[in-house]
Design a binder for this molecule. Structure first.
Ligand code: NAD
Ligand code: TYD
Length: 366
């Protein structure tokens, strides 16, 4: 039986991980530590909290002593660190908060683990897993091979630079102090509970509201898309099977230009409207409710500064550990569109609540 501290468990991937873990290992103890920034949403794990299948603690990973106390109190043996500022566009507007949480926060968390777990010899089956991104490797040219675990780090945005710095600190704490760490560098995730500032949920929500779908630049930037459920299974596998000190690239093996992703989402929404007459009443502002194709909302806008052109992950190392992505993009995108249609309350509370001001500014002209 494990006793997990899941930091950032009220965010997108963290919440999915909590659902996955409590369904797969119901006897384990899960404690979530989350600062509930704009991206954290208790509603994403509300059911688990109500059913007392996890304990939620409102707190900041930068509070080293408090975190160490929590780890002692709960006899935590496994830390999974999802807590982060995660949106590239925001990192361009406000790098400071990214350095604070992603770099200083990860450092504070490592110190807390070092303090709570004592000298290296006493660490037994303990594990500190740090969740990172493929963006630390920078941008690929069309002919470059996919990122492997030995690709040199070359981060280009304040977000990816802060994640790269955190990875280096984790590695140094494993090497210098014997903190039993592993790291995963994963590609772009999509699925339920993703905050509607990231490409897929942004497009779904905008489509349903009849707002433009912003395509940065020519839309030919390439990402490697992975369903969040597969990411959760990969982390589980790493926790169970990886030796301490290893890093693992995780990808879906499905690389597509952004514009194709947006077109696919448009077509899925249009197909849903054709099958279900109730959607016209629920979303009267959407293009299909007005007999137009959702693709008509696609709009090329100014490119993101320093926009990375292409990411692709070589997943052969984790494949040798037994990992295979189970959800195809076709099935995963369809399931994600369906989830947002069925969970309108979840995203409407965000769009009209804490996120309202950002949304209003962003779409003031539309
Ligand atoms: P998210 O922005 O949806 O959630 C982040 C969570 O961390 C939120 O609940 C937020 O409240 C919490 N948080 C932020 N600062 C905190 C602090 N100082 N103390 C405690 N909690 C804090 O992010 P996500 O998309 O779920 O990403 C989770 C992790 O996975 C991040 O480290 C990210 O870099 C990494 N990652 C994300 C993707 C992706 O496609 N989303 C891909 C690869 C890796
Ligand atoms: P995003 O979801 O922000 O993830 P990341 O920047 O971490 O890869 O963006 C995915 C891709 O989609 C990225 O190339 C930027 C692009 N994009 C748009 O074209 N329009 C948008 O409105 C957003 C949010 C992203």
């Amino acid at each position: 039986m494990k006793r997990l501290l899941v930091t950032g468990g009220a965010g997108f991937i963290g919440a999915n991980f909590c659902h996955y873990w409590s369904a797969t290992y119901p006897a384990d103890r899960v404690v979530v530590l989350d600062a509930l920034t704009y991206a954290g949403n208790l509603a994403s794990i509300g059911e688990l909290v109500q059913q007392q299948r996890l304990r939620f603690v409102h707190g900041d990973i930068c509070e080293r002593d408090r975190v160490a106390g929590l780890m002692r109190e709960e006899s935590i043996d496994t830390v999974v660190n999802f807590a982060a500022e995660s949106h590239v566009d925001r990192s361009i507007e406000d790098p400071q908060s990214f350095l604070r949480t992603n770099v200083m926060g990860t450092h504070a968390l490592l110190e807390a683990a070092r303090s709570a777990w004592g000298p290296a010899a006493d660490r037994g089956m303990r594990r500190f897993h740090h969740v990172s991104t493929d963006e630390v490797y920078g941008s690929l040219s069309p002919a470059d091979p996919a990122f492997t675990e030995s690709t040199p780090y070359a981060p280009n945005s304040p977000y990816s630079a802060s994640k790269a710095a955190a990875d280096h600190i984790v590695r140094a704490y494993a090497h210098t102090y014997g903190v039993p760490c592993t790291i995963s560098n994963c590609s772009n995730n999509y699925g339920p509970y993703q905050f509607p500032e990231k490409l897929l949920p942004l497009c779904i929500v905008n489509l349903l509201e009849g707002r433009p779908l912003p395509i940065y630049g020519d839309g030919l930037q390439i990402r490697d898309w992975l369903h969040v459920g597969d990411h959760c299974r990969a982390i589980d596998l790493i926790l169970r099977a990886s030796p301490v000190g290893e890093t693992w690239n995780v990808g879906g093996g499905s690389t597509e230009p952004n514009i194709r992703i947006v077109e696919a989402v448009c077509d899925l929404v249009d197909a849903a409207f054709r099958r279900r007459p109730d959607l016209r009443q629920r979303f009267p502002g959407s293009a299909p409710a007005q007999n137009r194709s959702s693709r008509s909302l696609m709009q090329h806008v100014r490119d993101r500064p320093g926009h990375d052109r292409r990411y692709a992950v070589d997943g052969s190392k984790i494949a040798r550990l037994g990992f295979v992505a189970q959800t195809s993009p076709a099935a995963g995108f369809a399931a994600t569109v369906h989830w947002y249609l069925e969970n309108e309350r979840w995203w409407r509370d965000i769009v009209s609540g804490a996120y309202r001001d950002w949304y209003a500014r962003q779409y003031a002209a539309s």
